[in-house]
Ligand binder design. Structure first.
Ligand SMILES: NC(=O)c1ccc[n+]([C@@H]2O[C@H](COP(=O)([O-])OP(=O)(O)OC[C@H]3O[C@@H](n4cnc5c(N)ncnc54)[C@H](OP(=O)(O)O)[C@@H]3O)[C@@H](O)[C@H]2O)c1
Length: 252
């Protein structure tokens, strides 16, 4: 299927980073692109630059999502909005857990519920879910984030079963570290944050992720690109911890 067979797209988390790059890319392909995020000014700047339709909305606003999905028949839905709270479950607070489940998982489930039936009825559609290597590998910290992204990984696989029989495709994009504003959003926008996560690292850009999504969207109809994992060349997940029974507890 060429891009031209898809006419409308909804991108969540569109005010910065990967979402903004995806909006930009899909607008360039001539689609009617609806961009959703909470920051109205940032969305306005994006709309002025790309011609997208801005929706200043919280992705946890179920009534808002329902109205949006009812008003437009989306051919493409990119579930990209995501948040993180660093730390293991030992440092987690109740509010942080609720926020990550609400934004990273509950909203994605609701938006799929609201848009997939229409795609099935029209026999045309594509859901793109942005997970993370945190959903498929274990490494230290951000435990709630890992759990929500693992759910997105399985949801994407399960959705392909739900959609089977129609020309509806589901693609999971699984990034490692990408140079976006996420580190400032999670750890505070500072020189120290940039030094820790960005400066001196050779990282994929948001536009690289948008290009991968474009590849999946533009693939022939017979081709469902199920999952694309994209990491920096100089990043690799994995590890194994084995402690002696008499280990120094202070170091764990
Ligand atoms: N960058 C990475 O290294 C990386 C790696 C793996 C996976 N990812 C995933 O990629 C996706 C995009 O991340 P990014 O790096 O582009 O991060 P980002 O620059 O922080 O962008 C996150 C976007 O989500 C939106 N958002 C957050 N909470 C929202 C809410 N309640 N309702 C609506 N929109 C909301 C933000 O907009 P507002 O604040 O304006 O609402 C923003 O547009 C996320 O799902 C993230 O988990 C990123």
């Amino acid at each position: 299927m060429a891009f031209s067979d898809y006419r409308t797209a909804l991108v969540t988390g569109a005010s910065s980073g990967i979402g903004a790059a995806v909006v930009e890319r899909l607008c360039r392909e001539g689609l009617e692109v609806h961009a959703l995020a909470r920051s109205a000014p940032a969305l306005q700047v994006l709309a002025d630059r790309t011609g997208c339709v801005a929706h200043a909305m919280d992705v946890t606003d179920l009534a808002g999502l329902t109205a949006l999905a009812g008003a437009t028949a989306f051919d493409i839905v990119v579930n990209n909005a995501g948040v993180d709270r660093p730390g293991s479950l030992l440092q987690a607070d109740a509010e942080g857990i609720d926020l990550l489940v609400d934004v990273n998982l509950r909203a994605v489930l609701q938006l799929c519920r609201l848009t997939l039936p229409g795609m099935m009825a029209r026999n045309r559609g594509h859901i793109v879910n942005i997970s993370s290597i945190a959903g498929t590998y274990h490494f230290g910290g951000n435990t709630t984030y890992h759990a929500t992204k693992a759910a997105i990984h399985m949801l994407s696989r399960q959705l392909r079963i739900d959609a089977c029989g129609k020309q509806v495709r589901v693609t999971e994009i699984c990034p490692g570290r990408v140079e976006t504003e996420i580190f400032g959003h999670v750890h505070g926008d500072s020189a120290a944050t940039r030094e820790r996560f960005v400066e001196g690292f050779a990282l994929p850009q948001a536009s690289d992720i948008a290009d991968a999504i474009a590849f999946a969207l533009a693939a022939p109809q017979a081709v469902n690109v199920g999952m694309i994992e994209i990491m920096p060349t100089l990043q690799v997940p994995g590890g194994l911890t084995t402690l002696r029974a008499d280990h120094d507890h202070g170091h764990v």
